[in-house]
Design a protein around this ligand. Structure first.
Ligand code: GAL
Ligand code: ZN
Length: 681
C-alpha cells in the first residue's frame, strides 16, 4: 500500500530557496522524529534528502520490503511543511546482497576483493548490484512518486567517490566489449594504443586486460581507455536508476550529488542526464582562501554543467567534518558566509550533511544542523538564523549569473595529462586552481565549460594546460579568436590528441598560427625551484614555477621574458593578433600577483571589471532575474575589509538598509543588494 498521499498533486519543489540537509531518521527512535520536525520548523527547513543509506532497512531480506517507517516519516515531514528529496537508497548495498553475490564486490589493482562493512562496496559493472538497484528504484518510484512531498529524486550518492575503479573479471569482460565497440578492429586498437612499442600488440580480443598492477609504466592508451570505460560505467549506474524510476514514474525529476572537480567522473557528460545539478562542498577552514576559492570554482562548475541553471548545494557542514587528519571548526559566521558564497554563484538550495549528528557509526564526529550538544548552542542558533534569512530571499531564486568569460576544463585532458611518464608529474586540478585564482580575486564571473562547449557570447576564453586537444576543439578555439575573442592558454596545451598521440611539428601544433609561436623545448622545475619573469616595461622580476617552455615566435610579441638560466631573455608570455581577436600564451606558471595583474589588463581591454571594488577575499557576484539584479557581497576575511560599491545603490535584502558609496565590512559579513533593472541605467 503506498503511503497515503494527503492530496494528489504534481510534486514540485518548494518555492524560494531550498534549505535543509540529509535526514537519516532510521538512526533514531520514532519519538525523536517529532522533535526533529518541530526543530525543522524552527530552523526554516523546507527540504530534506531522505533514505540515502537506507537500503538494508528498506529491504532487510532479498525481495522483502519494509516501507512502513518511510511512509510515516514522509507523511510527518509533509505535514510539517518539509518536502523530500527522496533517495534511490542504492549507495550502500545490504550485506545479504554482497554476500549472495560476492562477485559484486570491487577488486583493486592488486586483485584484492574489498569487503563489506563500509559503503559503496560495489563493482560498477556488477549485474547483481544493478538489478538490485533497479528493483529498489521501481518499488520506491511506484510507492512515492505521487506523494506530494516527494519533489525530487536523489540518485545514489556521490557515485565514484570511493568506488571509482574496479579491476574484477566482470569489468575485464565488459572492457573487452567496450573496446570492441570503440575500435571495431584489433588493428585500430593496436594503432590507437601504440602497441608496437614494447611488443604490446594484441592478436585477439580475449587478450585485452584491465590495466592492473604491472612491472613498470602501463600503456597510456590502455589506461586512458580504462578511465573512460570506468567513467562510463559509473555514469551508467545513474542511468540504470533513472530508467528504472521512470518506468514507473515517467515525470520523476532527478538529481545526484557530485563532488566538485572529482578526478574520475566526467561531470560534463553526467549532468546532462539529470534535471538539476547538485554538489557537496567541504572547504577546509584551515586552508584559508585556498579552499574558499576551490569552493567558488565548484559552484561555478556545477552552475555551468547545466547551462547556468541554478544548482543545489546538496551538502556542506555546519561546524567541522570528521574525515581530515585535523578537522578545523568553522568560525562563528563562516558557515553563513560560505552558504551565501554558494548562492552568490548560483545555488538555489543550501543543504547540509546532516540534520542530526549521529551517535554511532563512522561519522558520529561529523558536524550537523543539530549537533550532539543539542539545539541550544551556537550551531543550531546559526542554522535557525540562516534559515530565517533565506525565507526573505525567494526573489533571488531562479536568477542567473551573466558571465562573459569561459574557463575551459577538460576531464579528458586531466586523465591524459596525469598519466605517468610525462615531462613532470602534473596535477591538473592544481594548475586549474592557479589560473582560476586571479579570476576569483578579481571577482570576474566565469562559466566553467568543456572544450566542446559553444563559445558564442564569451569575450574571453581561458584554457590552462589543455594537454589533450582534438582538431575539432582547436578549430573551435581558432574560430573564436578569428571572430574577435580573446584566448588565453597556458603551458602544456595542445600537445596530444585523443589517443594520447603527440601532435608533431612543435606544440601546440593545431594552434601554432593562432598564437604565432611554437614550443620547442621545456624545463620542468623542481618543487622549490623558480625561474624569474619580467613584464615588458617592469624592472622587478617575479618568480614563476612548475614548468618553463622555450618558445620560437612567428608573429607573436613577448609581454614577459624569463630572467634566469639559459632561458633568460627568452619570451615567457606572449600575445598575438589573429583575425579580429587576440591570443595570449603563458609558457610558465606565473605567481599569483603577476597573473592577477595580467588578467586584470586582459579583461579590462574587453571591458570586464568587478561589479564593485573591495579587498581581496571579498567575493562580489551579480545574479540577474525577474526581480532585478542582486549584488552578493561576502567577506571571507577573518578581519574587516573595505568596499567601494561603485555605481551600486540599493537595499540590502538581509537588513533592509540602503547601501551606496564606500564602507567597511565586518569579518564574514554578507550583503545582498537588490536594484531594479531600470535603475541600473
Ligand atoms: C559526503 C557524503 C555524506 C557524508 C559526508 C561527510 O561525501 O555524501 O554521506 O559522508 O560526505 O562529509
Ligand atoms: Zn568490477
Amino acid at each position: 500500500m503506498p503511503a497515503t498521499p494527503l492530496k494528489l498533486i504534481a510534486p514540485k519543489l518548494p518555492t524560494g530557496i531550498l534549505y535543509g540537509g540529509d535526514y537519516n531518521p532510521e538512526q533514531w527512535p520514532e519519538a525523536i522524529w517529532q522533535e526533529d520536525v518541530s526543530l525543522m520548523r524552527e530552523a526554516g527547513v523546507n527540504f530534506v534528502s531522505l533514505a540515502i543509506f537506507s537500503w538494508a532497512k528498506l529491504e532487510p531480506r532479498p525481495g522483502e520490503f519494509d516501507f512502513g517507517w518511510l511512509d510515516r516519516v514522509i507523511d510527518l515531514l509533509w505535514q510539517n511543511g518539509v518536502s523530500v528529496n527522496l533517495a534511490t537508497a542504492t549507495a550502500s548495498p545490504p550485506a545479504w546482497l554482497s554476500l549472495a553475490h560476492p562477485e559484486s564486490l570491487p577488486v583493486d589493482e592488486n586483485g584484492t576483493r574489498l569487503s563489506i562493512g563500509s559503503r559503496q562496496h560495489y563493482c560498477p559493472n556488477s549485474r547483481a548490484y544493478r538489478a538490485g538497484s533497479a528493483r529498489l528504484c521501481k518499488k520506491l518510484g511506484a510507492r512515492y512518486a505521487h506523494h506530494p512531498a516527494v519533489a525530487l529524486w536523489h540518485l545514489n550518492n556521490e557515485v565514484g567517490c570511493h568506488s571509482h575503479v574496479c579491476y574484477c573479471e566482470t569489468c575485464a569482460s565488459e572492457f573487452r566489449v567496450w573496446v570492441k565497440d570503440r575500435y571495431s578492429s584489433l588493428d585500430a586498437l593496436n594503432e590507437s594504443w601504440g602497441t608496437t612499442f614494447w611488443s604490446q600488440a594484441y592478436g585477439a580480443w580475449e587478450e585485452i586486460q584491465p590495466p592492473r598492477k604491472m612491472m613498470t609504466f602501463r600503456n597510456p592508451g590502455q589506461v586512458l581507455d580504462y578511465t573512460r570505460f570506468m567513467d562510463n560505467a559509473l555514469r551508467s549506474i545513474l542511468l540504470n536508476e533513472i530508467h528504472a524510476l521512470r518506468e514507473v514514474a515517467p515525470d520523476a525529476k532527478v538529481t545526484t550529488n557530485g563532488l566538485g572537480f572529482l578526478r574520475q567522473t566526467n561531470y560534463h557528460s553526467w549532468y546532462k542526464e539529470v534535471d538539476i545539478a547538485a554538489w557537496d562542498s567541504y572547504p577546509d577552514p584551515s586552508n584559508g582562501f585556498g579552499d574558499i576559492r576551490s569552493a567558488a570554482f565548484g559552484h561555478d562548475l556545477f552552475r555551468s554543467l547545466r547551462g547556468g541553471q541554478p544548482f543545489i548545494l546538496m551538502e556542506q557542514v555546519t561546524s567541522q567534518v570528521n574525515w581530515r587528519s585535523v578537522n578545523t571548526l568553522k568560525a562563528p559566521g563562516q558557515m553563513r558566509a560560505l552558504s551565501y558564497q554558494a548562492m552568490a554563484r548560483g545555488a538555489d538550495g543550501i543543504m547540509f550533511f546532516q540534520w542530526r549528528a549521529s551517535k554511532a557509526g563512522a561519522e558520529k564526529f561529523h558536524g550537523a544542523m543539530v549537533p550532539h550538544y543539542g539545539p541550544t548552542g551556537r550551531i543550531f542558533r546559526e542554522v535557525c538564523e540562516l534559515g530565517g534569512e533565506l525565507k526573505k530571499l525567494a526573489c533571488v531564486s531562479g536568477s542567473r549569473i551573466p558571465a562573459r568569460v569561459a574557463f575551459v576544463v577538460s576531464w579528458e585532458s586531466r586523465w591524459a595529462v596525469e598519466l605517468e611518464s610525462k615531462p613532470a608529474q602534473f596535477d591538473y586540478a592544481a594548475i586549474v586552481a592557479d589560473f582560476y585564482r586571479p579570476l576569483w580575486e578579481l571577482n570576474i564571473a566565469v562559466d566553467v565549460v568543456s572544450p566542446d562547449a559553444a563559445l558564442d557570447g564569451y569575450a574571453v576564453v581561458i584554457a590552462p594546460a589543455l594537454y589533450q586537444l582534438s582538431q575539432e576543439q582547436s578549430d573551435r578555439l581558432t574560430q573564436f579568436v578569428e571572430k574577435g575573442g580573446t584566448l588565453v592558454m597556458s603551458y602544456f596545451s595542445g600537445v596530444a590528441d585523443k589517443r594520447d598521440h603527440i601532435w608533431l611539428g612543435g606544440y601546440p601544433a593545431t594552434l601554432k598560427d593562432v598564437f604565432g609561436l611554437v614550443v620547442e623545448e621545456w624545463q620542468p622545475l623542481l618543487p622549490n625551484e623558480t625561474n624569474g619573469l619580467i613584464m615588458e616595461g617592469d624592472r622587478t622580476p617575479a618568480p614563476c614555477t612548475k614548468f618553463c617552455e622555450l618558445l620560437q615566435l612567428s608573429g607573436a610579441r613577448a609581454l614577459a621574458t624569463y630572467t634566469q638560466s639559459f632561458f633568460a631573455g627568452r619570451p615567457a608570455i606572449t600575445t598575438n593578433r589573429f583575425g579580429l581577436g587576440e591570443a595570449l600564451y603563458i609558457a610558465t606558471q606565473p605567481g599569483p600577483d603577476l597573473l592577477r595583474s595580467l588578467f586584470s589588463e586582459v579583461l579590462a581591454k574587453r571591458d570586464l571589471h568587478a561589479p564593485a571594488r573591495a579587498d581581496i577575499g571579498v567575493e562580489l557576484m551579480v545574479r540577474q532575474g525577474e526581480a532585478g539584479e542582486f549584488l552578493f557581497v561576502v567577506n571571507h576575511n577573518s578581519s574587516e575589509a573595505k568596499i567601494d560599491y561603485a555605481d551600486w545603490r540599493g537595499i540590502d535584502l538581509l537588513t533592509g538598509q540602503p547601501i551606496s558609496g564606500m564602507g567597511n565590512l565586518a569579518s564574514f559579513a554578507v550583503l545582498i543588494i537588490q536594484r531594479s533593472l531600470q535603475s541600473a541605467d
